[in-house]
Ligand binder design. Structure first.
Ligand code: DWN
Ligand code: ZN
Length: 398
């Protein structure tokens, strides 16, 4: 039986994607034989309701070399992190000499914006990436103690798309205990289970997303570690996220939005196995519909290209059995993915320019979370008669 990573109670499995590769490990065409696979399955904790992966990816595989993702490649995400920095500068970083720490800073947009405003900042990031001041480590009690010894307590610890991927959350909270000042806060944003269920966005489930949070499960997790969930905010990015604010227990009055969201989640049955089994049935339906549509289109002589070699698309391609026969290539702006093949499904990744050379009849939009930005950029594709295929919330053509 699988035990909850937070409260150690039983986790009930509700979906099994079976054998899946690592979503960000793009092999070279000739090197696709040695890929690592694991069983990707999800379940819900029978006690604290935290939805989580059934199996861990062993550490030595999880942090493979050369993580290719760049958040700043999207102008919407660039704006999002800049705006988030401004918000933090106005709300939390208002003291005499504030200090902000980001866990896993990726392109460093948020910290650079804080730095430009004269605020002391530090990224905690094992790879050292980001182009900002970096402490090379995983975030835990030991690295937090080093950071505090050198910089003093933090007013804000921020993390985007990171906390949901840390299997050992106890270590993160131990670090927060050490690093945050008495009135300091953890502000983090991650994909929201409520949106995943609402949109049947099953492609948010892959190796790097260990947890699928709700206000209820985050509130319970915070309490377990001596903290309190004091704020929740819905974010439109990445297909729907929640930004959670967590403070030391008893230091702040929780916003009424917290209890409201928990109530809404209860009303929607987000913690009920029946709701998640209904989600599972819809996922199976999407696979059937997508495979049928792509097969029909190809049989009728249409050309198809994938758009965006996302981490999410790894689950879609491998679960639906999509390969170069159905989707001959996928275009992507990330240099570190180009010239390689997609994990497990081995679809060649080509530069963005390949999309128009010539335009395919249909484009399968794997980066559906960036639909607005991409469709605006690729207006000429539609004008030339091209059509987008989406599979969230159902398989449809636009
Ligand atoms: O949670 C995570 C998110 C934030 O980033 C990580 N675990 C891994 C990664 O997930 P993803 O790859 O599913 O994220 P995105 O942002 O949906 O990836 C978009 C992909 O599409 C990138 O490879 C870049 C590419 N792209 C493109 O080719 N043209 C993106 C845009 C906006 C474009 O115009
Ligand atoms: Zn639990």
């Amino acid at each position: 039986m699988t035990r909850c990573r937070v409260c150690d109670q039983a986790v009930q499995e509700f979906f099994d994607f079976e054998r899946q590769p690592l979503s960000s490990a793009f092999p070279l065409p000739g090197e696709a034989d040695g890929e690592f696979f694991f069983r990707l399955a999800v379940g819900i904790c029978s006690s604290c309701t935290l939805v989580q992966l059934i199996e861990d990816v062993p550490q030595e595989h999880a942090h493979h070399q050369g993580y290719p993702y760049h958040s700043a490649g999207s102008s919407v995400m660039h704006k999002h992190f800049t705006q988030t920095a401004y918000d933090l500068l106005e709300t939390e970083l208002t003291g005499p000499d504030p200090f902000v720490v980001e866990i896993g800073a990726n392109d460093g947009v948020l910290l650079r914006t804080c730095g430009d405003a004269g605020v002391r900042h530090l990224a905690v990031e094992p790879s050292g990436a980001g182009g900002v001041r970096v402490h090379r480590a995983f975030f835990d009690a030991a690295s937090a103690a080093d950071i505090r010894a050198e910089n003093g307590p933090a007013d804000v610890v921020y993390a985007a798309n990171t906390i949901c991927g840390v299997a050992d959350l106890a270590a993160v909270f131990a670090g927060l205990d050490v690093l945050l000042g008495p009135d300091g806060v953890l502000v983090f944003e991650d994909p929201y289970l409520g949106e995943i269920v609402e949109r049947t966005a099953f492609d948010q489930i892959y190796d790097e997303h260990v947890f699928f949070f709700t206000a209820r499960s985050v509130r319970s997790m915070a309490e377990r570690f001596g903290f309190e969930l004091v704020g929740v905010e819905r974010l439109p990015v990445h297909g729907g996220q929640i930004r959670y604010t967590i403070a030391h227990a008893g230091r702040r009055v929780p916003s009424p939005a917290v209890a409201e969201l928990v109530r809404e989640e209860t009303g929607r049955g987000l913690a009920d196995l029946a709701t998640l089994e209904d989600f599972a049935a819809k996922v199976r339906g999407i696979r059937t519909d997508l495979v049928a549509l792509l097969g029909d289109l190809r049989a009728a002589g249409n050309t198809i290209a994938g758009y965006g070699a996302t981490a999410k698309s790894s689950t879609v391609a491998n679960y639906c059995g999509l390969g170069p026969d159905l989707v001959p290539f996928v275009c992507d702006t990330t240099p570190g993915k180009q010239g390689r093949v997609t994990p497990g499904s081995h679809i060649p990744v080509r530069p963005a320019a390949a999309f128009a050379d010539p335009y395919p009849d249909y484009a399968l939009l794997f980066a559906w979370n960036h639909a607005e930005e991409i469709m605006a950029k690729e207006r000429a594709f539609r004008a030339a008669g091209g059509r987008w295929i989406l599979y969230v919330p159902t398989v449809h053509i636009v």
